[in-house]
Design a protein around this ligand. Structure first.
Ligand SMILES: Nc1ncnc2c1ncn2[C@@H]1O[C@H](COP(=O)(O)OP(=O)(O)O)[C@@H](O)[C@H]1O
Ligand SMILES: [Mg+2]
Length: 215
């Protein structure tokens, strides 16, 4: 339904992150900031950059179906009238308010036990098969958002620029290339986090849920 109601961009700002696809942020008429991606945002970086917004929308909609939480998404109508994908800013980068001390990246808190490894295994075991299914070959550690919630943290998943149709369709057969960020990250977690292993039942349940969605 929200596809029918693009939000108007009021002001925009260039991204200050060294980022491959997301180059601009928009503040929309609802007063919220969005990280935005259009059909040209991935030019030079992806096989089919035109499909970046479609792939983002599709993958995050599927995530919602199977119980993977993403930031709220909207279509943003820029001042130029271009329609782009918008991912609402939800924080999830600085955890020092939650855990005190100096600011550290989220994986340090998994490593030091402040984020229970089982909480991370739960989300990872859903997301990993999902990323393989949508051919997301760019799941690096900064493509998780982790923010304080209740007395712990919660994970949000985002950034499906390098997925689905923007990477070429239909997706290539599995296994995914071992040099991809998605596979390398899993191997890094294995060697960095004591007790890390994919929960096979959660992974299989994820695939069962995907199978229930009609073509
Ligand atoms: N919904 C969001 N909430 C908070 N930060 C975000 C959100 N969307 C994007 N960002 C920030 O912008 C950066 C770039 O966005 P991302 O979707 O990862 O684009 P890219 O494809 O260029 O990597 C992220 O690494 C993150 O820091
Ligand atoms: Mg990213």
């Amino acid at each position: 339904m929200t596809l029918l109601f693009p939000l108007k961009e009021i002001i925009s700002r260039r991204s200050d992150a060294s980022t491959a696809v997301c180059k601009d942020y928009s503040r929309a008429e609802d007063g919220q900031w969005y990280a935005i991606k259009g059909c040209n945002s991935g030019d030079g970086n992806l096989p089919y950059p035109f499909y970046v917004p479609h792939s983002e929308w599709f993958c995050q909609s599927l995530c919602e179906c199977i119980g993977l939480a993403c930031p709220p998404r909207r279509i943003i109508e820029r001042q130029s009238k271009e329609l782009v994908f918008g991912s609402r800013f939800e924080g999830g980068v600085d955890l020092s308010n939650t855990f005190g001390g100096v600011r550290l990246d989220w994986w340090h808190y998994v490593h030091n036990g402040k984020i229970p490894i089982d909480d991370f295994i739960y989300i990872f075991s859903k997301l990993y098969p999902f990323d393989l299914f949508v051919n997301n070959n760019d799941r690096h550690a900064n493509n998780y958002l982790v923010r304080g919630q209740m007395d712990g943290v919660s994970f949000l998943v985002f950034d499906f620029s390098n997925s689905w149709m923007s990477n070429g369709f239909p997706p290539p057969s599995l296994p995914m290339a071992s040099g991809s960020n998605t596979i390398r990250l899993k191997d890094q977690f294995k060697s960095c986090f004591r007790g890390f292993a994919v929960d096979v039942q959660i992974a299989l349940d994820t695939i069962t849920s995907l199978r229930q969605i009609p073509v």
